[in-house]
Write a protein that binds this ligand. Sequence first.
Ligand code: TXA
Ligand code: MG
Length: 315
Amino acid sequence: MVTREDVLRAAALIRAGRLVAFPTETVYGLGANALDPAAVDSIFRAKGRPATSPLIVHVSSREMAQRYVRVWPNEAEVLSLRFWPGPLTIVLPKVQAIPDRVTAGLDTVAIRMPAHKLALELIEAAGVPIAAPSANRFTQLSPTTAGHVRAAFGDTVDLVLDGGPTNVGIESTVLSLAVPGSPLILRPGMVTQFDIEAAIGPVESVLSVQGAHPSPGMHERHYSPRTPLILSSELPSGRGVFVWWRYPKAAAKVLQMPSDPALYASRLYGTLHELDAEGWDFIAVEPVPETHDWAGIRDRLRRAASETLRGPEIA
Ligand code: TXA
Ligand code: MG
């Protein structure tokens, strides 16, 4: 159990420029004071993340979010009222108080208010916005438990607040409102295009716009287990696992996932972390539906399966 004292100790560490890992409803974050460039630098060092990948700034209220952006368009008002606290990140023009390090030199900042009691208490107690990427090493699987964070970082992180397993399970939807009148989904997540359109009208998604810029720092290989992962019901040779949700198939190990996307997402990374530790030749995953509600899961599976950057480690 995390006590009030633990939260206050974590908040003091944040204010002192140190690193604290904390739970959100999506995945665990590796947090530092977003207003302190040196503290933000240590996030990049700990993760082995290239400085060209901007971070998400976490806030504990809509008022706090508004303090760090130059404009607050009506879409931001509507979406924040509808989905915050929750797994939707909004990209808007930043104020100068947000250091360039946080945004990788961009003039915009990604902001969200997480739906997790500990995260909100921590930000509130620290009294500053907290910059946090997912608390995994660069290109590896995102953590959905405090144990995953400790396995990845050991003592490099000053404190890990253990809030148990996260429930949404994959990273937030990232929506850019930086270009007035042209909302654009940069990263799909469990707040779907359908949900967003129901609130503010038509939005585009980078996944469907030809030639559009993906989210900066969205590397093709990402969220990957070390075991080769293939997205197919055709099994390769060797001893491997088949992860299915609809049609099972014989394999050395057969694992059933939920057919509901919210449940599937909440178990995805935990399942991959476990299977990865078991030392199989491959992890084959049955393709998931092409519908909006599965878009975030499809994206993460596709990236986990990506072979493009296998071989020499990048950064
Ligand atoms: O659910 C989440 O979003 C988790 C938890 C910890 O909040 N965080 C997370 O952070 O996934 P990270 O650093 O792994 O991913 C941040 C994403 C990247 O895709 C990055 O490109 C995008 O947000 N992003 C950050 N700032 C941006 C900006 N100014 N413009 C466009 N995209 C931005
Ligand atoms: Mg990440």
